[in-house]
Design a protein around this ligand. Sequence first.
Ligand SMILES: C[S@@+](CC[C@H](N)C(=O)[O-])C[C@H]1O[C@@H](n2cnc3c(N)ncnc32)[C@H](O)[C@@H]1O
Length: 295
Amino acid sequence: MLAYRHAFHAGNHADVLKHLVLVELLTYLNEKDKGWRYVDTHAGAGGYALQGHYAQKHREHEQGIGRLLQRHDPAQALPAPLARYVQQVRDFNGAAPGDTAAALRQYPGSPALARALMRPQDQLRLFELHPTEHKILAGYLGHEPGCEVRLADGYMALKSVLPAPTRRGLTLIDPPYELKTDYARALAAMREALTRFPEGIVMVWLPQVQLVEAAQLPQRLKAAAGTLARKGWVHTRLTVARGDERGYGLLGSSVFVANPPHTLAPRLQPVLPWLARELAQFEGAKGFVERSAAA
Ligand SMILES: C[S@@+](CC[C@H](N)C(=O)[O-])C[C@H]1O[C@@H](n2cnc3c(N)ncnc32)[C@H](O)[C@@H]1O
């Protein structure tokens, strides 16, 4: 059942959007000294070799992070949130400060980004169900102070880690959506996270594909967050591809954030159209940010 391996997709346009928002949210949490807890229900392996067999199969990163790293023209500087995210990718590749030409050999997954931004007072709770991915993740972060890596169903595990003890926290729900049940389970997981921890930030990644479940999920997330989240929601969407001749394939993706910081929408608003232009695979590419009145 667990056929999905994120290494095939690491660093693609969907990872760029997801990890851009993740870095922005963790950077915001770091503005205060009080510790936070990061929960990753579908953590993956933690980091990915881009020269490896999986990543080289479709070379998806070349249409994602690769396009952003190839920009050397300082006259066209990256918008600040993108620059922060890109810097994290460069750091993960061991680039020296100011070295913008360092090779892209590996790509940080969400656990690696959270690990890079965590401080001694912060905690990581990482769940992964695939035995091989879990083994790699456990070897990478399992012994790090403040980190716990568990071979477990991330949906089921929420009750064991929420609310965050300091009442400051971020939960990422990032399923593969290979099973149609992931759409309903992701929604239920956001509801559970907000019920257990109404002021906690919850981030849900979702694919833009030709499926009724995918088309309905943003509306369902908005309705749920509208009643359960104390600080409303922000929805970011990036469409970069047209799909095959029948419209199938990953056209783009969304990141939905419940209880966003008030800075999130204004900071990302100018970035999404910019990102759509940079990562466009067809002339109809677009990116936007929408928010609830409370956000
Ligand atoms: C999209 S990937 C995660 C990527 C990661 N969050 C990142 O941004 O780097 C989804 C992962 O969820 C794992 N998975 C699938 N179902 C799961 C479940 N019920 N609980 C925990 N992990 C699961 C898969 O094995 C896969 O590694």
